[in-house]
Design a protein. Structure first.
Length: 255
């Protein structure tokens, strides 16, 4: 699919804090649709609604991004967790649209196919996800939330003018999509979410005050190395280099 595919939420609303309220009827209707029920049944996942995302397939719904031309300054009101696109004023897209492997795939086959080509290699597992509701309406306003992940240890890098530096050197073949305009030179942490044959897609996080807790600041896409290496010393059988270092796993929370 082309990068200029339609956004998930393209229009401005009069009161940005009402974004989740504005789409609540649509979300409620979708939860009752045949397609959604079929995806839930086949994946065996929880159908819970989470501030604009669904628990079923939530890993890939985290891959939303903002086009640089659509970026705005960070809003001061806390109307959604940092991992939810509902915090953004303006158009939001999903990185899945950039992958060309979905042509001809039925909706009911989607989540199984995505998990087959990516989750096993990224070693990511969602351990829990919750939101703090303002009212009793599960589709209404929230004033916070938490996402608990089991994942490779986040890699610490430096963000400078949309570029990522590792030990002072620019990381090549990586593109960043920051959530807000007012980004600064700071340390961020890379957490891989989705691995395809030629790319790694992941979150850019900023460390919060609480140990093991982070806030989302953006998304990245990194091209995988095309270099091959021997399976073992002296072997004539070669394999591609690992896209990520998953030798050490940890548990983190994103709020």
């Amino acid at each position: 699919m082309a990068e200029d595919s339609g956004p998930l939420f393209p229009k401005k609303i009069t009161y940005p804090k009402d974004k989740l309220i504005a789409i609540s009827s649509v979300a409620r209707m979708f939860s009752q649709s045949k397609i959604f029920r079929q995806c839930v049944q086949e994946s065996g996942s929880n159908p819970k609604y989470l501030a604009g995302l669904w628990r079923v397939g939530v890993e890939f719904q985290l891959l939303w991004y903002v086009q640089p031309s659509h970026q705005r300054s960070q809003n001061e009101s806390l109307r959604a967790p940092s991992w939810s696109w509902a915090k953004i004023d303006g158009a939001v897209y999903n990185m899945l649209e950039l992958y060309d492997g979905w042509e001809g795939v039925e909706t009911s086959e989607f989540y199984g196919l995505v998990e087959e080509v990516s989750i096993e290699e990224s070693k990511l597992k969602v351990l829990g996800c919750k939101t703090q509701l303002v009212t009793t309406d599960p589709y209404g306003e929230v004033h916070g939330g938490s996402l608990k992940l089991r994942c490779p240890v986040p890699e610490r890098v430096t963000l400078v003018n949309r570029k990522l530096l590792r030990r002072g050197w620019r990381i090549r073949f990586v593109r960043t999509y920051l959530d807000f305009l007012d980004s600064k030179i700071c340390d961020v942490f890379m957490v891989p979410i989705w691995v395809t044959y030629d790319s790694v897609f992941g979150l850019l996080l900023e460390r919060a005050k609480e140990p093991g807790t982070y806030h989302r600041v953006g998304l990245y896409r990194m091209e995988r190395s095309n270099e091959l290496r021997p399976v073992e010393k002296g072997s004539i059988v070669y394999e591609r280099e690992a896209a990520i270092d998953s030798s050490q796993l940890t548990t983190i929370a994103i709020t």
